[in-house]
Design a protein. Structure first.
Length: 113
């Protein structure tokens, strides 16, 4: 509604607002369905992250500053842990974009074996 009412106004602000709306919508979808997703990672290797049911960002979404900042600002589901940071992570060593997405797919495949 806000976007339509202000379609002739500041385009940069509208674009930022649209990206924030996308982030909020994705976050709601993930919150609703996250418990249904089973990760093949073992407790021994990644249990400290998996037990928080954190969100891992890759691909183009990790490259979008507004969307990734929104996800990183959300608290981890297990916020009582002393090491619990934000509820979303993105790889700082693998590139964002398609290369990072491919890296994540390979990583997931190796964990599921």
């Amino acid at each position: 509604e806000y976007l339509i009412k202000n379609i002739t106004k500041d385009k940069k602000r509208l674009a930022a607002t649209a990206q924030l709306y996308i982030a909020q919508g994705l976050y709601e979808i993930i919150k609703r369905h996250h418990a249904d997703i089973k990760c093949p990672a073992s407790e021994a290797s990644f249990g400290h992250l998996m037990s928080q049911q954190s969100i891992f960002l890759a691909g183009g979404i990790a490259n979008n500053k507004i969307i990734s900042s929104f996800f990183e600002s959300k608290p981890a589901r297990n916020a009582s842990r002393s090491d619990a940071g934000g509820g979303a992570y993105k790889n700082r060593k693998a590139p964002v974009g398609d290369a990072g997405l491919s890296f994540g797919q390979i990583f997931y495949h190796l964990l599921s074996k």
